[in-house]
Design a protein around this ligand. Structure first.
Ligand SMILES: *Cc1c(COP(=O)(O)O)cnc(C)c1O
Length: 441
């Protein structure tokens, strides 16, 4: 053996570690994000015997965990975490347009995949010292609920969920605050970017670090990002087997975790063609591709609120993969969709396909509409559906003119009592909230 497979910080190649070390740390010591130091090569033929999502995930991730403490447990982690379906639903007769439904998990959004995988990893990591493990998560809507659901009730670990007060949908807010027990819900008086900044600051804070073993569960955590490549692998293999053509994905994007998972799957050798990023009115990424100038800005509130990100942190990983602007432009496309277009697309999706799309999924549908007929005919396009429309019923129901049925798992969450504290958007307030919890608990 030549030692474990290594990940390096997106900022300095010298900061290297194996998979479970990267999962434990969340952020690299230099503030960068962990990326693979090299790319394993796999192709469709390697997956000939894999049909289930869990076994495809195991095959895909095995090289990344080579020599790691968790390597032997990967099949069990994948089986435990990826135990709900990710169906590919074809919308047209020729199979040129499909929807990849990523909303069949416990909190009805794609973030369940990564959050459950991460929790299954943490559950198998031995305690290293007496400090309690605290998972910090900043959420623009769905992450917090998925992470809370994945960790709720697990012994030896606490979760603090930070969300921008008043900027998530009422349904999402219920999902973020219905936990109690080992989950702390913190409504921050600020934006999602403030929440994200606070989590980053907490990691660099000596005072917190002395008392808590902090880790993150944001899409910056490798343990969430890497397993998300599995459903891209599975969907592309399904299309490859059916048509002998690569799949092209349109990914509703905010912090770029989901899009990056698609690009990483392609990098490894999965049969993936184009990857298009559909953004809402937060157009930092499309503007960057057009102008070449990186100008992060405050996020603006939109109907697709889980994508309201003005300074996507995974951009660092994207730049690590494609350091030159020209490479980046070749590798992906990006567009921006307005709230008006989102509304129109939700109406049209119901009218034309009988589909009930959440506002995020509608951005992908709009991006597909903007392709030329020739582009549509040349590809096997997959709209990535990131959440169940019931999570955004306040928006969707008036547009389609009737009620959206709530999946049973989601309905159960709504019966639980609300538990939440409000804090200012600064480190001192977060520190106080976390340490107060420590004294009480
Ligand atoms: C988080 C989220 C997104 C954006 O995903 P990123 O990985 O942050 O780009 C899109 N849609 C929904 C429903 C989400 O919850």
């Amino acid at each position: 053996m030549s030692g474990p497979f290594l990940f390096a910080s997106s900022r300095a190649q010298a900061a290297r570690c194996s998979f479970s070390q990267a999962v434990r740390q969340g952020l690299a010591p230099d503030g960068g994000l962990y990326v693979p130091l090299a790319w394993p090569r796999l192709d469709a033929a390697d997956f000939a015997r894999d049909t289930e999502l869990a076994s495809i995930a195991t095959r895909l991730l095995t090289p990344f965990l080579a020599g790691d403490a968790l390597a032997g447990q990967l099949p069990a982690i994948a089986r435990e975490a990826l135990d709900f379906p990710a169906p590919l639903v074809t919308l047209d007769r020729d199979g040129r347009l499909s929807v990849l439904e990523l909303f069949h998990g416990p909190t009805a959004a794609f973030k369940d995949f990564g959050a459950r995988f991460l929790a299954a990893c943490f559950a198998r990591m031995p305690e290293t010292d007496g400090r309690k493990l605290t998972i910090l998560v900043a959420t623009s809507g769905d992450t917090g609920g998925a992470v809370a659901a994945a960790f709720h009730g697990r012994p030896g670990v606490e979760v603090a969920v930070l969300f921008p007060k008043g900027l998530v949908s009422p349904t999402q807010e219920r999902q973020l605050t219905c936990w109690g027990g080992n989950v702390r819900s913190l409504a921050v008086r600020g934006t999602f970017d403030d929440c994200q900044r606070l989590v980053k600051a907490a990691f660099l804070d000596g005072e917190l670090g002395a008392q808590r073993r902090l880790s993150s569960a944001n899409s910056i955590n490798l343990g969430r990002l890497l397993p998300q490549s599995s459903y891209y692998a599975a969907a592309s293999l399904e299309i490859w087997r059916r048509y002998g053509e690569p799949a092209s994905f349109i990914v509703p994007s905010g912090n770029l975790g989901n899009a990056l998972a698609a690009l990483w799957a392609r990098q490894v050798g999965m049969p993936i063609g184009a990857v298009l990023l559909a953004h809402n009115a937060n157009r930092t990424v499309p503007d960057f591709l057009a102008s070449g100038e990186w100008r992060p800005r405050p996020s603006v509130a939109t109907l697709a609120s889980a994508m309201d990100v003005g300074d996507p942190s995974n951009m660092e990983r994207l730049r690590a993969l494609y350091p030159r602007l020209e490479e980046l432009r070749q590798a992906l496309g990006a567009c921006s969709v307005s709230d008006e277009e989102i509304r129109a697309r939700i109406r049209a999706g119901y009218r034309d396909y009988g589909q009930i799309w959440c506002p995020h999924t509608a951005t992908a549908a709009e991006a597909w509409e903007r392709l030329t007929p020739a582009q549509r005919q040349a590809g096997r396009w997959v709209l990535v559906s990131t959440a169940h429309a019931a999570k955004f019923r306040e928006i969707v129901e008036p547009l389609i003119g009737h009620e959206v049925t709530m999946p049973p798992t989601l309905a159960r969450l709504f019966e639980r009592p609300v538990q939440c504290s409000e804090i200012e958007a600064n480190l001192a307030a977060l520190r106080a909230a976390l340490l107060r919890d420590l004294r009480e608990g």
